[in-house]
Design a protein around this ligand. Sequence first.
Ligand SMILES: Nc1ncnc2c1ncn2[C@@H]1O[C@H](COP(=O)(O)OP(=O)(O)OP(=O)(O)O)[C@@H](O)[C@H]1O
Length: 263
Amino acid sequence: MGNIDFSFFNIRLLDVIDIFLVAIIIYYIYNLIRGTIAVNILIGLFIIYLAYLVVKQSQMRLLTEIFGGFISVGSIALIVVFQQEIRRFLIHIGKNISFRRNKKLWSLFLGKKEIEKDNTARLKPIIDACRSMSKSRTGALIVFSKFFDEEYYQNSGEFIDAEISKRLLESIFQKNSPLHDGALVIVDFRIKTASCILPLSDSEDLPLQFGLRHRAGIGVTEMSDAVAVIVSEETGEISYAKQGNVNMNITHDELERLLNEDV
Ligand SMILES: Nc1ncnc2c1ncn2[C@@H]1O[C@H](COP(=O)(O)OP(=O)(O)OP(=O)(O)O)[C@@H](O)[C@H]1O
């Protein structure tokens, strides 16, 4: 019997760490693209790669040439196709590390209770406005962003920069208001802009009854670390979107709890 080479079993600690980190990155990427059209694109690319391996192994020269050509420009194609996902990925990394914008890090120093107590009072006019808009079936889309992302918020809509009040929120979303269409953006507990046009989610997993307002609310949370509250004009139901996922028909207490956690 010949000698079998087991040298590849020689795994170092660094290899284990390497595999662990790759697993985390794959999980992160999966979370980012889950439920979006990007999953289909990824499956498509994977199938092409498999086909390339098969035709190469079978020495089918013409097909190998064609698939090989496709794969050699693959990395550039990946950047173009997954532009939004890569952007989202980098934003997530950058913002999670950013000390100034990370409430959890602050809470280590200031104490979690103090921050939450503060927010409960500041959230009250928003919760009250959502309650009354839900009752009167006034459609509303409110985005809470940790910082003012010019790309989404400044190029469309009206710059306001006002203190939050229940009556101001209600009057902005009132049907006759010129600013009622589009999203209202809150940054650091100030109303920054109203009537913003947001990127729409292209997720195929969303409930059929979700129209543009819901898709816009979910879309902005896919692209950034903002969260969005959507009040349905049709049903008065309140939905809460975060990281591309949506909690439908939440109660006012749930809304308060979620905002307290995330804003
Ligand atoms: N890209 C966008 N960004 C922000 N708001 C948008 C965008 N597109 C549409 N909207 C808002 O959504 C409203 C249309 O909502 P639509 O009825 O399609 O949504 P919906 O999800 O079914 O919500 P509802 O339950 O309130 O009807 C528009 O009047 C506008 O205010």
